[in-house]
Write a protein that binds this ligand. Structure first.
Ligand code: NAG
Ligand code: NAG
Ligand code: NAG
Length: 257
């Protein structure tokens, strides 16, 4: 009799603890996934208004993770941001370069990438994004507009020769047209930054993919997208919590009976 009471009491305690823990965890997950800046090289600590964001970065002016300075630098060649040389195989065509500028604006300014932020062990940043679902048209236009430019590598995160202070093609690589190095739009968008993007099957305006380009006079369409994926992810967390509650209870029963 006394033993049964003890078991019931224990089960009750475990149940209460699990429910409280779950609520606490989902709450924390939400605040961390939405309206956040990653902990990287140039990001502000928290997003906020930036009235004077430069040209292509201006769509984020109502709420941004980038400073005005970062938005100006994003438009320069070999900017102080990363010293990155777009023209490593002759001049990158302006029609192509505008997509790389937009990609830099999204990366530096967006407060809506929270669901895809991952910790990394890199000297120059503590966090990165992984598998951001880029809208398919944004990737297709990027790929089409870069057909007439050249590069020597498919992953631009690593393998360059940096001895001169900026990136040059490593020996044993040759400059080839983009569409040879990247046979498909997905090859470009997914590979170029080590899977920071995972091209989506969804289209612009669907609310299910991140837009690199959007009208500065409209609200940022990526807010809704981040909310959707954040909810899906904390839903998964809830199921996980119920599964662990179930196994805990089972363990306790086995131990005590
Ligand atoms: C941005 O800030 C950096 C570091 O302080 C500086 O070197 C650079 O010139 C600034 N860029 C602009 C456009 O003001
Ligand atoms: C890197 O580039 C420098 C010239 O800037 C060259 O002397 C050196 O051999 C290159 N190293 C490699 C590993 O390609
Ligand atoms: C996207 O659609 C293509 C073709 O319909 C399909 O092969 C692919 O698996 C889909 N990808 C995702 C992530 O749903």
């Amino acid at each position: 009799m006394a033993q049964q009471m003890t078991i019931q009491l224990l089960l009750l305690l475990v149940g209460v603890a699990a429910v409280v823990g779950t609520r606490d965890r989902t709450h924390r997950a939400r605040t961390e996934l939405l309206n956040v800046c990653m902990d990287a090289k140039h990001h502000k600590e928290k997003p906020g208004p930036e009235d004077n964001l430069h040209r292509q970065c201006s769509p984020w002016k109502k709420n941004a993770c980038c400073s005005v300075n970062t938005s100006q630098e994003a438009h320069k060649d070999n900017s102080y941001l990363y010293n990155f040389n777009w023209d490593h195989c002759g001049m990158m065509q302006p029609i192509c370069k505008q997509h790389f500028i937009q990609d830099t604006c999204l990366y530096e300014c967006s407060p809506n990438l929270g669901p895809w932020i991952q910790q990394v062990d890199q000297s120059w940043r503590k966090e990165r994004v992984l598998n951001v679902p880029l809208c398919k048209e944004d990737c297709e236009h990027w790929w089409e507009d870069c057909r007439t430019s050249y590069t020597c590598k498919s992953n631009w995160h690593k393998g360059w020769n940096w001895t001169s202070g900026t990136n040059h093609c490593p020996v044993k690589t040759t400059c080839r047209p983009f569409h040879i190095v990247f046979p498909t739009p997905a090859a470009l968008c997914n590979e170029i930054w080590s899977h920071s993007y995972e091209v989506s099957n969804y289209s612009r305006g669907s609310g299910r993919c991140i837009q690199m380009w959007f009208d500065p006079n409209q609200d940022n369409p990526n807010e809704k997208v981040a909310r959707f994926y954040a909810a899906a992810m904390s839903g998964a967390g809830l199921h996980g919590a119920w599964a662990s509650l179930f196994s805990l209870t089972l363990m306790l029963l086995l131990l005590l009976c």
